[in-house]
Design a protein around this ligand. Structure first.
Ligand code: SAH
Length: 293
């Protein structure tokens, strides 16, 4: 059995698939290693080559590749079940929401929707990997109660905004802000085909083309804010728009990024902790993104 420090030494963006498989495999062999299940390494949102191909001569990795790809993650429900089995999802509510919003609707045609990997969606953007969506939903679960306001910055395909909308319900507000207008338009079309369509129609779910670094003041303050792109530092308008008692989940950093959990306490003070290492596309200007950063 490989020890965890060896695994973490693979902490580069090209190493995610074998790390993920190794963690899954290790956990399978050691059902008591729940800490491994609870803390998957998360390198997200980049279109990565399959690093297994580079790991020639290591038959363990090839066995794991067969284990992972042979497990039949070809349907949304099975994808969620897989995430549950490996401890990425522990919340029934998150499992239900991810089962209800079919990820298959949100990926471009011809893309493997249910594989646990980020996928390109055009405009130098990606849809986040399922395990990353699940992790962020879980971190925000307590703050996504029916009736509250939630903001999804860098909403991309609209997948998480749709999940938020189901969680906060018709009395709440789920707002997506995305700076590529074409992605906003296609996210609206997708959500119209999804289980969140009635919420979009009634207006509790909305998507806007705008610079997410400014938040969306119209519906502030927010009980939950998710940022789907990595900021060099936490944008002040987002902190300002977080409600006391509210929580923001935001990747912070450039080359090396941490998923930060930012809690605004009832007295207005801020507590920040790092959840895990991640790899997201940058939260930047539209021009920089379209130029390829
Ligand atoms: N969470 C989404 C998309 C993640 S990719 C999903 O899973 O589908 C990050 C997204 O952030 C991209 O769509 C990108 O266009 C967007 N983005 C980057 N900088 C932004 C900014 N300043 N304002 C709004 N959106 C931004």
């Amino acid at each position: 059995m490989m020890n965890l420090s060896t695994v973490i030494a693979y902490g580069c963006r090209y190493c995610t698939p074998p790390i993920k498989q190794l963690l899954s495999y290790t956990t399978l062999l050691n059902p008591h290693h729940h800490h491994l299940q609870a803390r998957p390494l998360s390198f997200n949102n980049l279109n990565l080559p399959n690093f297994n191909l580079l790991l020639t001569g290591n038959c363990l990795f090839f066995r794991m590749e067969r284990f992972w790809s042979g497990s039949g993650i070809n349907k949304n429900k099975q994808m969620v079940e897989h995430l549950r089995r490996y401890g990425v999802i522990s919340s029934m509510k998150v499992a239900e929401v991810m089962e209800t919003i079919d990820r298959g609707l949100f990926v471009p045609d011809g893309t493997s929707a249910y594989v646990d990997s980020p996928m390109p969606i055009g405009y130098n953007a990606t849809i986040s990997a399922p395990h990353m969506h699940a992790t962020c939903l879980q971190l925000l679960e307590e703050n996504l109660q029916p009736g509250v306001h939630a903001l999804d910055v860098g909403s991309g395909t609209g997948y998480l905004t749709a999940c938020f909308a189901l969680m906060v319900g018709p009395q709440g507000r789920a707002v997506g802000v995305e700076h590529i207008p074409e992605l906003v338009a296609s996210s609206i079309q997708t959500i119209e085909k999804s289980a969140a369509a009635p919420l979009l129609k009634e207006g509790s779910l909305s998507l806007h083309a705008s610079d997410g670094r400014q938040g969306w003041p119209e519906c502030a303050p927010y009980d939950a804010i998710h940022v789907g792109a990595a900021a060099p530092e936490i944008p002040q308008p987002l902190l300002d728009q977080l409600k006391p008692g509210g929580r923001m989940v935001i990747p912070v950093g450039n080359m090396f990024q941490d998923l930060k959990v930012v809690d605004k306490n009832l007295d207005g003070s801020i507590s920040i902790r790092s959840e895990t290492s991640v790899r997201y596309v940058p939260l930047t200007s539209r021009d920089a993104q379209l130029r390829g950063y």
